[in-house]
Write a protein that binds this ligand. Sequence first.
Ligand SMILES: [Zn+2]
Ligand SMILES: [Zn+2]
Length: 367
Amino acid sequence: MGLSPKSGIAGTGVVAIIDSGRPGPVVALRADMDALPIEEQTGLPFAAKAQTTVDGKKISAMHACGHDMHMAMLLGAAQWLSTHRQHFRGQVKLLFQPAEEGLPNTSSGAERMVADGVLDHPKVDAMFGLHVGITPARSGQLSWRSNGIMAAGDSFNIEIKGRQTHGALPWQGNDPIVIAAQTVLALQTIVSRNIDLTRAPAVISVGAIHAGQRGNVIPESVQMNGTIRTFDPAMRQQILQRVRDTAKYIAQASNAEAVVTFDPGYPINWNDPALVQQMAGTLKRVARNGFDENVSASPTSEDFAYYTQRVPSLFFFLGVNGKASSDAQGAWFANHSPRFNPDEEALTTGVEALTQLAVDYLNAKKN
Ligand SMILES: [Zn+2]
Ligand SMILES: [Zn+2]
């Protein structure tokens, strides 16, 4: 496509620059590229059969979050932009980013690309990205909002330390499974009883519990992992403290110990209100199947948030639910489902949205 010699690799991602040859601003468009460790069950003729090895274990890989669509749309935008350079000034930076879904104990693809200077040389003035979604939105509908559009996501780990004993003689030990059960239920009261839900929503979920080997052995300890989603920085701090206190004092009440650790996740994915206002007309123009400019914020999180901390950004959703995207009762096969089956008809809207956001921004901005 005749990309600039300044194109290259950053943070294991790929960066391509399309230079109009005329001075002007720099806009960046981003697509994430990674798949998920899920065995595809769509039955489609082109269903993923890929396998990979993680920590010595063979696992299947599936594009269950639609990042393959993100790549396809960014390539579509790249094709048009690289062959119509006379239609804009400045430069377009294309970011093909790995590892959005994250792996334990490593920084995300966006963090790594930002650290490698992807927003500098040339400095990016504005940034656009999108995510496909099976939601009530129609296929091809575009949705966005100002301020936080996706949540901050923090992980927590709770280790409950009891004392191992025979399952028939519980009074001779200290059962951490019963304490874990109390803790799971109490954690659910933090959002429902402690948080001002009229200000912003929040979610706490325990997604993994590991303990024990045999039915007749009370184990020594329980490991629990969960996730916290918030849209408000003060509320986030309040919830972290309540999770810590809840686990600690419930364990203490049973003469056991809970060790609570947090793994801070992606920050709030923040849409710059001025940029949203500037570009809303473009999104409305290209939306072929309607739009929603005040969509509900999503409790999922996105490492696009790291770009939004550095550069005025606009992240939006593209509806991709088609005939095959739900079961006979109408229940969606959402992102991350093994039966995720997005409607490819929506791809053209996504290509147009990315392309026109870049062109309109570059031609409008005076600098
Ligand atoms: Zn995902
Ligand atoms: Zn995703």
